[in-house]
Design a protein around this ligand. Structure first.
Ligand SMILES: Cc1cc2nc3c(=O)[nH]c(=O)nc-3n(C[C@H](O)[C@H](O)[C@H](O)COP(=O)(O)OP(=O)(O)OC[C@H]3O[C@@H](n4cnc5c(N)ncnc54)[C@H](O)[C@@H]3O)c2cc1C
Length: 428
């Protein structure tokens, strides 16, 4: 059963084509449906589940409410909406393997603990129940997965959940199809034509599609869709790596865990196994391309062995804190291309200069966390809603001059100067 019903007052609108069947495109399609669009087609170049979304670790937390996020707090209503959305999916009986056990920002040094306590627990938007943890608290909350002697404590963020990303895609796809939305796989968009300043035709690998309105949600390939129209967003695709181990007996209610002073790293329970990643498993797609890894041509998930090797080298650092990691082998390696933006905020809005064309992207590795909310914001913008869920201006596509970020190197340099957690990923 659908989690929400279309607003009966919503006028039936015309047709819309969504390019991209990842979390952003599916979320946009769902919210356009709720807003009254009755003829929706989603086209995707690949088969189902081949883009970046299924690589996502499935952390869902309003992380913008912490001072370490460059994008500020604009995304807070979006991430709150998204967590609520997943909770509703779950409570309506859709199996997205949802859990809501909070998140621990873990510290291995006193200085990082103090910084986290001030920045997260002391943040004006901190949720009630946000609290500083001792090392013993962390051990207890993680069911003993952490060696208390290896850490100094942490900060607990109660409003945080987790989902299984491939399940979210499958559930949303099924919901959309049940509502009559057409999802066409194997249809790569090769050109977008306009007539009298308005979108008119999508050329795809399986034929031309006349269109009235188009939403571009092409993930790491968004600029390839926009560039022929004269728009280039300051987007920086990056390859990120996730390891999943054999069953380690992790507690089902273990909070998700992040730590900036351990790589940085993130780790969560997935069916009793560790699902984790860390800084050495990240590198900008540009740099990888320069060393011969195909991160650009294929619309799918790249394989960058150099990052897999680097994460294996980093593993002993993780084992020092999570001793059980040493006893379980890595059974799955999955990589994908999240996309950083220069100012740390996503893009949701109309494409300047072309009527009937909108785009959403620039996920900043938070597309799962923010996707449903970004889809809702997109629908609010497309339909001219009086009360959009977030500040529309903060997510506009033309908010930064293209000339300020002419190349991916220029975005890297800016992000590095801002001290982003992935700044290390821009050097060999
Ligand atoms: C290891 C890792 C861990 C992560 N962990 C998290 C996490 O815990 N929480 C979180 O919020 N985020 C996480 N992310 C990031 C998250 O996965 C992304 O933010 C999200 O998947 C982006 O979704 P998307 O819809 O923009 O892209 P995609 O899922 O890649 O979807 C884009 C789609 O567009 C299609 N497409 C592109 N060009 C064309 C074209 N020309 N014609 C037709 N189709 C086209 C592609 O085929 C693709 O299916 C992680 C990512 C990785 C790699």
């Amino acid at each position: 059963m659908p989690i929400d019903q279309p607003n009966p007052a919503a006028a039936a609108r015309g047709s819309v084509h969504v390019v991209g069947a990842g979390i952003l495109g599916l979320s946009a399609a769902w919210h356009l449906h709720l807003a009254g669009y009755r003829e929706i087609t989603v086209v995707d170049a690949g088969p189902a589940l081949h883009g970046t979304t299924p690589a996502g670790a499935g952390f869902v937390l309003p992380a913008a409410a912490d001072e370490s996020r460059r994008g500020g707090t604009f995304a807070v209503p979006i991430s709150h909406y998204s967590l609520d959305f997943y909770r509703r999916l779950h409570s309506d009986g859709h199996d997205i393997e949802f859990g809501e056990h909070g998140n621990i920002v873990m510290a291995t040094t006193e200085s990082f603990l103090a910084e986290s306590a001030a920045g997260i627990a002391g943040h004006p938007l901190a949720d009630p129940g946000t609290r500083v943890l001792s090392a013993a608290d962390v051990v207890s909350l993680t069911g003993g997965a952490v060696d208390g002697a290896a850490i100094t404590g942490g900060v607990f963020m109660p409003r945080a959940g987790q989902v299984t990303t491939s399940r979210v895609v499958e559930v949303l796809t099924a919901l959309l199809e049940a509502e009559g939305v057409q999802i066409v796989y194997g249809a790569r968009v090769t050109a977008l034509q306009t007539a009298d300043g308005r979108v008119s035709l999508l050329s795809t690998s399986v034929g031309d599609l006349p269109v009235e309105a188009v939403v571009l949600a092409g993930g790491a390939w968004l600029n390839a869709l926009l560039e022929p129209l004269g728009t280039r967003l300051p987007l920086l695709p990056m390859v990120a790596t996730r390891f999943v181990t054999a069953d380690a007996g992790l507690a089902a209610d273990m909070p998700t865990i992040q730590s900036r002073d351990l790589g940085p790293m993130w780790l969560r329970n997935l069916h009793g196994s560790f699902s984790w990643g860390a800084g050495p498993g990240y590198r900008s797609s540009r740099l990888l391309r320069a060393s011969g890894v195909d991160t650009g041509v294929a619309v799918g998930r790249p394989r960058a062995d150099v990052l897999v090797d680097a994460l294996r080298v980093h593993q002993p650092v993780m084992e020092h804190v999570f001793p059980v990691l040493a006893d379980v082998e890595v059974v799955t390696v999955i990589q994908g291309q999240p996309v950083w933006t220069a100012d740390g905020r996503g893009y949701v809005g109309e494409v300047p200069g072309v009527d009937g064309l909108w785009a959403l992207g620039g996920d900043n590795e938070s597309g799962v966390m923010n996707g449903p909310g970004m889809g809702r914001l997109l629908a609010d913008i497309v339909t001219g809603a009086d009360d959009p869920i977030a500040d529309v201006a903060a997510f506009r596509l033309d908010r930064l001059p293209q000339a300020d970020f002419p190349t991916e190197e220029s975005i890297e340099a800016f992000i590095a100067s801002e001290g982003d957690r992935v700044a290390h990923a821009f050097t060999d």
